[in-house]
Design a protein around this ligand. Structure first.
Ligand code: AMP
Length: 170
């Protein structure tokens, strides 16, 4: 079997000094690697009656859509501010230096929807936690989060208000 983990490349000091960026594009380009990653992400949620998968911009769109298709769910994008064309819900969150925000269309998650959130990397957990708040604000039910890679040194899961399923710990 191909070592799929080696298809995730560490890029030191990108996009800024001190950050080791996890480049998943070689994994995406590998047909079996892509299938492996998507299958590992969605399998724990088979039978959990997921209505909507929320994917976080931008690599969460790639995996989130595939996971939604596999689970027979819909897909909803969470985006950086100013990208969605209609009325949105917004949540601000703190970064190590400064702050950021995420938005979701106000009518995307319906009250009572069972929601799974998907992203490629969980680092500080701020983006995922704010995205969970958006789902709560819309009246959705948080069923879980699925991420390909968790940067375990950063304790991001502590910020997330629902169980985080992780394919790889880095
Ligand atoms: P955080 O809010 O700190 O958990 O950051 C998570 C978001 O930033 C995700 O959408 C990731 O795609 C991206 N991200 C953070 N750190 C990295 C990293 N080292 N490599 C790749 N993406 C990252």
């Amino acid at each position: 079997m191909t070592d799929f983990i080696s298809l995730i490349r560490d890029v030191p000091d990108w996009p800024e000094p001190g950050i080791v960026f996890k480049d998943i594009t070689p994994l995406l380009a590998h047909p079996e690697g892509l299938a492996w990653a998507v299958d590992r992400l969605y399998e724990p949620f088979v039978g959990h009656h997921i209505d909507q998968v929320v994917g976080i911009e931008s690599r969460g769109f790639i995996f989130g859509t595939a996971v939604a298709r596999a689970l027979g769910a819909g897909f909803i994008p969470v985006r950086k501010p100013g990208k969605l064309p209609r009325a949105t819900l917004r949540r601000d969150y703190t970064l190590e230096y400064g702050s950021d925000a995420v938005e979701m269309h106000s009518d995307a998650v319906r009250p009572g929807d069972r929601v799974l959130l998907v992203d490629d990397v969980l680092a500080t957990g701020g983006t995922m936690a704010a995205s969970c708040e958006l789902v709560n604000d819309a009246g959705g039910e948080l069923i879980g989060c699925a991420v390909l890679i968790r940067l375990s040194a950063l304790d991001g899961v502590e910020r997330v208000p629902v169980a985080v399923h992780t394919v790889l710990d880095a």
